[in-house]
Design a binder for this molecule. Structure first.
Ligand SMILES: *Cc1c(COP(=O)(O)O)cnc(C)c1O
Length: 364
């Protein structure tokens, strides 16, 4: 599973084949006790009591890579730590899409960063809309494969669980997609919410398919959105390709410290408990909302949020806001003109959501 990705080798931008990236002072494997090779200050910053911030950080701290690899059941060489998984999306676009010519496939409604990064990079966005089946959303992975082949797309983004749809996509369907695109396109599985699905196929998918790349993040289940730490999981050769496209010192030292603390065994155990609590609250809230008047539809979700359609989404949004509850207004998204997305909070916060929606119904 630590092998070579032929698809990545075929698809890497031609103009980047001999690109080594920036050689930072930290990338030279030298030994010494007096470091005068990076123009760092000889004295610590006044606010930096222990002098930890004086030096440039390690581009890929081995302890962080080891901890992430252990967390996801992979080898350290299969992990590229990034500034959130958002950076992973950007790096994939840069490495595999020639500006002005490359293309990606997405299944809207879906996380907006795929299209944003594509646009900034001058890559075409091919949309294969997901279908609202009433009891949930379905991506058409066969149609996505067709579109990718027809349009010569380089990357196919599969958000699983889906944001904002909450959809869980079957591993077998992702496997089939990867088979059809082998040698032709990379399948990027964005598993930002995998913890909340209670099912993590990252390692198995990577082991079986050389053209699959997985994005993970510490922002959601691990409660570290402010630290901006995520990672790309892929064959080691592909990890190397992406690292050459990355900034020289992408990870701020305090962020790395926060991530290491969150990945200590006792912290991971506590995270599991809080994820289980969120999952329980998600199901409780879903049950309440599915039978609530004024709620046109409450979709099942494998994430830490619910997507809801309302008879009067404005009234619901206003009632929540009047109670101090800020939710994500989805109404500008095609096909979601009556929808809001609500993150799962603490039990008390979720009660407040239910109470304010009941008020909205009485007013209507
Ligand atoms: C939140 C989110 C991300 C971004 O995560 P960061 O690691 O904070 O950049 C990526 N993908 C999806 C689907 C998300 O919802």
């Amino acid at each position: 599973m630590n092998g070579v990705s032929n698809t990545a080798r075929i698809l890497l931008r031609d103009d980047l084949r001999d690109f080594a990236g920036y050689r930072s002072a930290r990338s030279e494997a030298l030994q010494g006790s007096v470091w005068l090779n990076a123009n760092e200050s000889p004295s610590a910053s006044p606010g930096d009591a222990d002098g930890r911030l004086r030096r440039y950080p390690d581009p890929q701290p081995p302890a962080l890579r080891d901890a992430l690899a252990a967390l996801y059941g992979l080898a350290p060489a299969q992990v590229l730590a990034t500034r959130g998984s958002d950076e992973g999306i950007d790096l994939l676009l840069r490495a595999f899409c020639v500006p002005g010519r490359g293309a990606i496939v997405i299944a809207p409604p879906v996380f907006g960063m795929y299209a944003v990064c594509a646009r900034l990079h001058g890559a075409r966005v091919v949309e294969v809309p997901a279908r609202d089946a009433g009891d949930g959303w379905r991506c058409d992975l066969a149609a996505m494969a067709d579109a990718a082949l027809r349009q010569h797309a380089n990357l196919v983004f599969v958000c699983n669980p889906g944001n904002p749809t909450g959809e869980a996509i079957a591993d077998a369907d992702i496997a089939l997609l990867a088979e059809r695109l082998r040698g032709r396109a990379l399948v990027v599985v964005d598993a930002a919410y995998a913890e909340f699905a209670g099912h993590d196929a990252s390692a198995a998918l990577l082991a079986a398919h050389e053209n699959i790349v997985v994005l993970r993040t510490l922002s959601k289940a691990h409660a570290l959105a402010g630290a901006r730490i995520g990672c790309v999981l892929a064959a080691s050769e592909l990890v190397g390709m992406l690292q050459r496209c990355q900034a020289p010192y992408p990870l701020a030292q305090p962020a790395v410290q926060a991530a290491l603390a969150a990945l200590a065994p006792d912290a991971v155990a506590r995270t599991r408990t809080s994820v289980a609590r969120v999952r329980g609250e998600r199901e409780r809230l879903l049950g309440e909302l599915q039978s609530a008047p004024g709620v046109r539809r409450a979709y099942p979700s494998q994430g830490n949020f619910l997507l809801l359609r309302f008879d009067d989404a404005q009234a619901a949004f206003d009632a929540l806001l009047a109670a101090g509850v800020v939710v994500r207004d989805m109404r500008a998204t095609p096909g979601l003109a009556d929808a809001l997305r609500i993150s799962i909070g603490t039990p008390e916060q979720n009660q407040r959501v239910l109470a304010s929606l009941a008020v909205a119904r009485q007013a209507a």
